[in-house]
Design a binder for this molecule. Structure first.
Ligand SMILES: [Zn+2]
Length: 317
């Protein structure tokens, strides 16, 4: 357990691999600026470390379902569907893997089990909530507040935690508000995390979205390369119509920005699809299996690619 939410729910992290090494003698900022990046990373050889986090937005259950099925598979050889993926298990054995299956337990606790094929209004209300007059807080609207003013809402949605904090944007240096964000950043720093897969859901075909421009050039290049490969893999798996455009850094600041600062990690955001119903839209809907499949596809892509090229190339410091 790495944290308690404001409502008292535990936030669990599940570790796979050897995590026996002592704490870093330096933080990443100082260590990366010292004579050797190993001041932070350590001299002791260890496998690359991937942190998979799900449910930062509690209303988005798809990545959490993927994470829980992944844990089940790593524990028993099969996921909850009874499906085995020996290739994934073999790949996972080549890494240290930390899985946080649900970061925002508060938001998850009040959210529907799923939002598959709901209409757009329902999707928005379930996610970002409703003001007292019943109107949508909205996706961008929700970000006008930090925290969301809970006395002004009829329903807060599962996006924020129970204090109204959107954990994905709880990333102001020196002013981290939620125990959840603080614990995740400490987790990444302590275990020298090389890559973060940050699982979310939105209303389009699943994709790894463009990274923040606020990172090192090497990390931006690496994250764009991972995004391109993951999106091609999602397309090959039949989960997208096209691989999508060439990934490029965009103006954004979020928790991934701080993961890069905390441990040097290449951090990507995976958006699964909620598959909501659009009567006049040709976009396809997804089965429950397909809703969580992007987690497996993306993780495998990252793990395969990381065997050829370091996920975070610290030697560039
Ligand atoms: Zn989200």
């Amino acid at each position: 357990m790495i944290a308690h939410t404001p409502l008292g729910y535990p936030v669990h992290a599940v570790f796979y691999g050897d995590f026996s090494e002592p704490p870093p003698q330096s933080n990443w900022s100082a260590g990366s600026a010292s004579t050797s990046w190993k001041s932070y990373y350590g001299e002791q050889e260890h496998k690359q470390t991937i942190l998979l986090i799900a449910g930062v937005h509690g209303a988005e259950p798809e990545s959490g379902a993927g994470a829980l099925n992944l844990i089940r598979m790593l524990e028993t050889g099969k996921d909850y569907r009874g499906k085995a993926d020996p290739e994934l298990i073999e790949l996972a054995s080549r890494y240290r893997l930390i899985i946080v299956p649900c970061v925002n337990m508060d938001g998850r606790a009040l959210s529907p089990d799923h939002l598959r094929n709901v209409d757009h209004h329902t999707f928005r209300i379930a996610s970002q909530g409703a003001w007292l007059d019943g109107s949508q807080v909205g996706w961008r609207g929700s970000k006008a507040w930090f925290p969301l003013p809970l006395e002004r809402v009829a329903y807060p949605g599962g996006y924020p935690n129970s204090e109204g904090y959107n954990i994905m944007h709880d990333c102001a240096p020196g002013d981290i508000r939620s125990a959840e964000a603080r614990a995740l950043l400490k987790l990444a720093a302590r275990w020298r995390v090389d890559a973060v897969i940050n699982g979310h859901s939105y209303e389009f075909a699943p994709s790894v979205i463009n990274p923040s421009c606020i990172d090192t050039p090497a990390n931006i290049e690496r994250v764009c390369a991972l995004a391109k490969k993951a999106n091609a893999a999602l397309c090959a798996a039949g989960l997208r119509e096209t691989p999508g455009g060439e990934p490029k850094a965009r103006n954004s600041i979020n928790l991934n920005t701080l993961f890069a600062l905390a441990s040097g990690a290449a951090a990507i955001t995976l958006e699964c699809s909620v598959s909501y119903d659009r009567p006049k839209d040709p976009r396809r809907t997804y089965t429950f299996d397909e809703l969580m499949e992007p987690v497996f596809v993306t993780l495998k892509t990252v793990m395969q690619d990381g065997l050829e090229t370091p996920l975070a190339d610290r030697s560039k410091f």
